[in-house]
Ligand binder design. Structure first.
Ligand SMILES: [Zn+2]
Length: 448
């Protein structure tokens, strides 16, 4: 740059694109007429004194103001790639990393290189080096995407592919996920400039592997979706909501619901199927499942021989006792039937209507023990027993007693010792008839 340069090319370009210069029309025209040269002392010769004075003494201020009009544009920095170059709007030098800057007063946009960006002190939100790094990544993604369209989407949605109507077993999902990890590593390596285009062919090979793996999974779904006790998406979603991840992992290994995992699944659609199947199996031992109780998570049933008595068994209890009848059936060919007695033992008296017939059946047994079932009161949850000899009354907790008494009533046991102990327990006060009458002013005493 020669000594008598007053305004160099770069500053002149900035002035021409900035709004402040428009406020001095003669100055703008003068710069435009001399667009190809630096402004030197000799160029000023044709100007009048006032204009010369302006250029000599005001130019630095005007240039400074002009620079302040520029800021990093929304487009940021763009990497032109290995071969393409774009000329800088200010110095016209070809640039690979193009920074878009915009004028906050008139909206003009320029593309500049790193040197001009520095020279004009234009503020960027991040350091220019960081912007270049980001631009390089974008360019690389563009290059890779040209070669393999949609690659980023495929990689970022990799595991969504596993979302089938039934659970994909681990033996198929694990290799698929592994391929996903491998391809993601190659993808990241290329985008982060750790490796070059040679990974493209590797990525393509892995995408072919992906296709094969997906095909296998689809075939598995087609072959198994109608099988009984296959873990459905509905069951898996239910387990996820209950955060039963270890059960899902087990199912991924087992492929089908087993007696072991079934105990922990009380998803409604599953319980309905189990209820139906157990109904068929348990018929032969005299149990009639009447209702799947989703709220209490269990099954209500009647006994063929005592149709007016309704019992209830929790899902996990019933499955752990006789789930082998319907699960893992390929292991045992002719499973032994469970005993009716044991099922009654693990069950509870489920409704109030069953209490009366149960207690009625106990009447003769109590007579032999010199006891009389006097009555019960649901509101008070009380069972009143009369001691015949002393003519005194004992009160027992109805809910607790009835489940033990049902075993006696249904001839599951003839062991009355617990009953005698209970009645003679020191905790049990003995009351007069008046006391009992007084107690039962609350609720209703149902006499037997
Ligand atoms: Zn430049």
């Amino acid at each position: 740059m020669s000594d008598n340069v007053i305004i160099d090319l770069e500053n002149k370009m900035i002035l021409l694109k900035s709004e402040i210069t428009q406020e001095y029309p003669w100055f703008y025209d003068f710069l435009e007429k001399n667009i190809t040269n630096d402004i030197t002392l000799s160029t000023l010769k044709r100007l009048n004194n006032k204009q010369k004075n302006f250029i000599h003494n005001m130019r630095d201020t005007i240039i400074e103001k002009a620079k302040q009009e520029w800021t990093q544009g929304v487009k940021g920095v763009y990497d032109m790639g290995k071969e393409d170059r774009k000329p800088c709007s200010i110095c016209h030098r070809p640039t690979r990393y193009v920074c878009y800057i915009s004028n906050i007063r008139n909206g003009n946009e320029l593309n500049v290189g790193k040197d001009c960006l520095k020279k004009f002190g234009i503020k960027t939100t991040k350091s220019f080096d960081l912007l270049i790094k980001e631009a390089k990544k974008v360019k690389r993604l563009e290059t890779l995407n040209n070669e393999i369209p949609g690659i980023k989407k495929i990689i970022y949605n990799w595991d969504k592919q596993l979302n089938y109507s039934i659970l994909i077993p681990e033996r198929l999902s694990k290799p698929y996920k592994l391929t996903g990890k491998e391809i993601k590593q190659l993808f990241d390596g290329y985008i982060n400039t750790e490796c070059e285009e040679e990974v493209f062919s590797k990525i393509k090979t892995l995408l072919d592997v992906r296709k094969i793996r997906i095909k296998k999974m689809k075939k598995y779904v087609d072959d198994n979706k109608n099988k009984k006790y296959i873990p459905t998406k509905r069951i898996i979603d239910w387990l996820k909501r209950k955060q039963q991840i270890s059960i899902i992992k087990q199912l991924e290994k087992d492929e089908v619901i087993t007696c072991n995992t079934a105990q922990k699944i009380t998803e409604p659609s599953f319980m309905e199927i189990v209820g139906n199947d157990l109904k068929i199996e348990l018929k032969s031992i005299g149990i009639k499942i009447t209702n799947v109780n989703l709220e209490k998570r269990g099954y209500s049933f009647n006994l063929f021989k005592e149709n007016n008595i309704k019992l209830f068994c929790k899902h996990n209890t019933l499955i752990s006792y006789c789930g082998y009848l319907i699960f893992d059936t390929s292991i045992k060919e002719h499973p032994k039937l469970p005993s009716l007695e044991n099922i009654i033992k693990i069950s509870t008296v489920s409704d109030e209507d069953s209490i009366y017939p149960l207690l009625s059946k106990l009447k003769p047994l109590f007579n032999n023990l010199n006891l009389n079932i006097y009555g019960y009161n649901l509101e008070r949850n009380n069972l009143t027993i009369q001691e015949k000899n002393s003519r005194k009354y004992i009160e027992l907790n109805l809910n607790k007693s009835i489940n033990q008494l049902k075993n006696l009533a249904l001839s599951i046991t003839d062991d009355t010792e617990f009953l005698i102990k209970k009645i003679n327990s020191s905790n049990n006060k003995k009351y007069s008839k008046n006391d009992i009458n007084h107690f039962n002013e609350v609720g209703e005493l149902i006499k037997l």
